[in-house]
Write a protein that binds this ligand. Structure first.
Ligand SMILES: [Zn+2]
Length: 262
């Protein structure tokens, strides 16, 4: 399991948790946003919100606050829970397969670390603490969530965590083959945008996309990492670094859209 350390210096109380009696699972509640977007939101917002971990749309795991410290995620349960925020492609809140695999793996790892049993209260939803519809995929449809009436999404998740703790090798093998998030892209390097539509931004701070780009191979303009985990890209290798940038840069794209071109 690969965990990226992108520790916060803002919205982080720096308080060691005295006891840890549960892992609290959340959804980010913002369809299609990436793990690094949400992490950077915590780092910059004036609202008092944060999380120990965020799992992204490709299953990447970002640690924002060490899991032995308090985060501001689960209201009155913050003092005794490790929080995990989970990204989701749409508003049903359903997790992608790779996101789900990472969520199971990370939750199982934390249960082992803190001696918790997922099916005996060791794993909880935000919903269990405050009644909030969070994570939506695991909240009963009768309460506004997307889970079936008998909560089979949630029960399946808890049993998948328990099974993972029992030590089947298959899930970790699958995790090992997925691309990991990188920030060391170099000027002129080819990258593949693998989604049918990738959000393109006009600068490194706006959160409103200017356009979408079709899947294909693009090039890193200058290898400088910009805010919100974005890089400038261009359509042709010979455009890289060429001035004026405004003429040759296609726009800003978040690194979690890049795949290495071998
Ligand atoms: Zn929540």
């Amino acid at each position: 399991m690969n965990i990226l350390q992108k520790l916060l210096t803002h919205n982080r109380p720096y308080t060691k948790r005295k006891k840890t009696t549960a892992i609290a699972v959340h959804w980010v509640g913002n369809a299609g946003t990436s793990a690094i977007n949400n992490r950077n939101y915590f780092q910059t917002t004036d609202r008092e919100v944060s999380s120990n971990y965020i799992i992204g749309l490709q299953g990447e795991i970002i640690c924002c606050i060490p899991d032995n410290e308090v985060s501001w995620c689960t209201n009155q349960a913050n003092s005794y829970t490790v929080s995990i925020e989970t990204c989701h492609p749409d508003w049903t809140g359903k997790f992608s397969d790779s996101t789900y695999r990472s969520l199971v793996e990370l939750t199982a790892h934390l249960c082992k670390k803190y001696g918790l049993h997922p099916q005996r209260g060791g794993v909880i939803r935000h919903y269990d603490v405050t009644g909030k519809v969070c994570p939506k995929w695991f909240v009963p449809s009768s309460k506004g969530g997307s889970d079936t009436a008998d909560e089979q999404h949630w029960k399946k998740f808890l049993s998948d965590v328990a099974a993972k703790m029992g030590g089947s090798g298959t899930a970790s093998n699958a995790a090992a083959s997925k691309p990991s998030l990188r920030y060391d892209w170099k000027k002129g390097q080819a990258v593949r945008l693998y989604k049918a539509k990738t959000q393109l931004f006009a600068n490194d701070t706006t959160t409103t996309p200017a356009a979408t780009l079709p899947a294909g191979v693009y090039y890193i303009y200058d290898g400088k990492q910009c805010k919100l985990g974005r890089f400038r890209i261009t359509t042709r290798k010979e455009y890289c670094g060429k001035k004026p940038a405004g003429k040759y840069v296609t726009g800003y794209v978040s690194v979690d859209n890049f795949q290495e071109v071998k």
